[in-house]
Design a protein around this ligand. Structure first.
Ligand SMILES: [Zn+2]
Length: 422
C-alpha cells in the first residue's frame, strides 16, 4: 500500500500489516455548522481506516476538535457555549454519513495542561520565548524550517505580525488573554490560551505518541499549520508524522450560489438535500489529492451513479465473468485511487457481480441489502403486468403512478419487472 506524502514529495510505502497505522487528521474549528469542505478530510480518514483494516492493519484514527480559536471568541455569545453547540452539530453531521466515528476526538480545551507543559519544554530548550504574556516559537533555531511547505527558511513569509517578536517568521504558541476574551487558562506566562498549531502537536502526541504513521488535513493546512506542528515537535526531538497526506480543496466551478443548496454549503444541508449516498459517491469521484468540483451538475452525476448501483442490486440479474476483487485492491493500494476503484465498481455493476459490488461499496459506507417491496406494491406490480399483457396501457400507466406514490419505481426488462425504491 502506497500513499503520496507532501513531506517527501513522493509515494511512500506503508509498513507491512498489521502495522500499526496511527493516523491524525485535523478536524474543524467549531463556531458554526461545518462547511461541506470539512467533510473531505474526515471521509478520507474514515475510508482509509476501513481500507487499511480490511488489509489487515491495526489502525487508530484521531480527529481533533479545535474548540478555542479567534473565530470562536469572535462569534456572538459565550465562547464555551458556541463551541459546545457547534461540536454537537459536527458530531451529528459526520455521524449521519453512517461510517462510524474516529477512534478519538480530542478537544483542545481538554488538553491545556499538556499544552502548557509542552510549551515549557520548548522555552527551556531555547526554542521559544515569552514576550508580555505571549510565547513565540523561535523559527531561527530550526534550520530545516520550511521542509514541509517547500520554502527556504530565509524566505518564509511573515506570520502573525507583532513588533515584539524577535523575528517576523516566529509564530505564537501561547496568546495572552485580551479584554473581552472569555476563554483563558492560567500559565507560567499569565492567563491566556494556546495557539492553534501547538494544540495539534500536543493532541496528536497525547493520543498517538511522539512518532506516528500518517498526518492528514486539507491542502490549505500545509503552511503555516502543519509546517509549525512539525517544527514544534521536531524541536523536542520527536520524529512526529512519517507520511503527510493533504487532500485537494473543494471548488465551486465559478457558481456564485448552488441552485439546490442556496448559499448554505454546510455538511448538514448537503446531507438533507442530496442524501448521504450521493454525498459519499460525490467525494469518491475525484482522487483525494486533486481539487473536486462541487456543483449541482457534479452532484447530479454522482446521484446518477448511485442510482445505477442501486438499480443493479435490485435487479439482481445473473452474473457474468469479469475482473475480480484484486482489481479493486490494486486501485486502492495505489495511493487510494477512488476514481479507479469506482471504475471497477461500475464494471461489477455491468457484469451483475453483485456480491463484489456490494463488498466494494461497503468499504465506502455504501453497501446495502435490498429491501423487499411491501406486498401492496408487489400486488400493484403484478396487476400492472396483467394490464400490459392485455395492452391496457392506460391502466398500466395509472398503476405505475400508484406504485410511485408508494416510493417505488417499476422497471421493465427482458425477464419481467423489477421494483427499485425511488
Ligand atoms: Zn491541526
Amino acid at each position: 500500500m502506497r500513499l503520496y506524502s507532501t513531506l517527501s514529495r513522493r509515494l511512500e510505502e506503508l509498513p507491512a500489516p498489521p502495522g500499526p497505522i496511527r493516523m491524525y487528521f485535523c478536524g474543524p474549528t467549531v463556531y458554526q455548522r461545518a462547511h461541506i469542505g470539512n467533510a473531505r478530510p474526515f471521509l478520507l480518514g474514515m475510508w482509509l481506516r476501513n481500507w487499511l483494516r480490511h488489509r489487515g492493519y491495526e489502525v487508530t484514527l484521531v480527529h481533533n476538535i479545535t474548540d478555542v480559536d479567534d473565530k470562536i471568541l469572535a462569534a456572538p455569545g459565550p465562547s464555551a457555549e458556541v463551541a459546545a453547540r457547534a461540536t454537537e452539530w459536527y458530531l451529528q453531521d459526520i455521524g449521519d454519513f453512517k461510517l462510524g466515528l474516529p477512534d478519538a476526538l480530542p478537544k483542545a480545551t481538554e488538553t491545556v495542561p499538556q499544552i502548557v507543559s509542552f510549551i515549557e519544554r520548548l522555552v527551556e530548550g531555547g526554542h521559544a520565548y515569552a514576550v508580555e504574556g505571549d510565547v513565540y516559537f523561535r523559527v531561527v533555531r530550526d534550520p530545516e524550517y520550511g521542509r514541509l511547505s517547500g520554502q527556504r527558511p530565509d524566505q518564509v513569509e511573515e506570520q502573525e505580525p507583532n513588533p515584539l517578536k524577535e523575528d517576523p517568521r516566529d509564530f505564537a504558541l501561547w496568546k495572552s488573554n485580551k479584554p473581552g476574551e472569555d476563554l483563558a487558562w492560567d500559565s507560567p506566562w499569565g492567563r491566556g490560551r494556546p495557539g492553534w498549531h501547538i494544540e495539534c502537536s500536543v493532541m496528536a502526541e497525547e493520543e498517538l505518541g511522539q512518532e506516528f504513521e500518517i498526518h492528514g488535513g486539507g491542502l490549505d493546512l500545509v503552511f503555516p499549520h502543519h509546517e509549525n506542528e512539525l517544527a514544534q515537535s521536531s524541536a523536542l526531538g520527536h520524529r512526529f508524522a512519517h507520511i503527510w497526506t493533504h487532500n485537494g480543496m473543494l471548488e465551486f466551478g465559478g457558481e456564485k450560489m448552488s441552485k439546490s443548496l442556496g448559499n448554505d454549503v454546510s455538511i448538514r444541508n448537503v446531507l438533507d438535500t442530496w442524501g448521504r449516498e450521493v454525498a459519499l459517491l460525490f467525494f469518491m469521484t475525484a482522487h483525494w489529492r486533486k481539487p473536486i468540483d462541487f456543483t449541482d451538475a457534479t452532484l447530479e452525476q454522482a446521484k446518477a451513479q448511485w442510482q445505477s448501483f442501486s438499480q443493479a442490486i435490485y435487479e439482481n440479474k445473473p452474473a457474468r465473468p469479469t475482473v475480480g476483487w484484486e482489481a479493486f485492491e490494486a486501485a486502492l493500494d495505489d495511493d487510494f485511487n477512488t476514481p479507479e476503484a469506482l471504475a471497477v465498481l461500475h464494471e461489477w455493476r455491468r457484469a451483475s457481480e453483485l456480491e463484489l459490488l456490494n463488498r466494494g461499496l461497503g468499504i465506502f459506507g455504501l453497501g446495502f441489502v435490498p429491501d423487499t417491496p411491501p406486498e401492496e406494491v408487489q400486488a400493484l406490480a403484478r396487476e400492472r403486468a396483467e394490464a400490459r399483457a392485455q395492452s391496457n396501457w392506460q391502466r398500466s400507466d395509472e398503476l405505475r403512478e400508484e406504485i410511485a406514490a408508494l416510493g417505488w419505481v417499476v422497471q421493465d426488462g427482458a425477464d419481467g419487472w423489477t421494483l427499485v425504491p425511488t
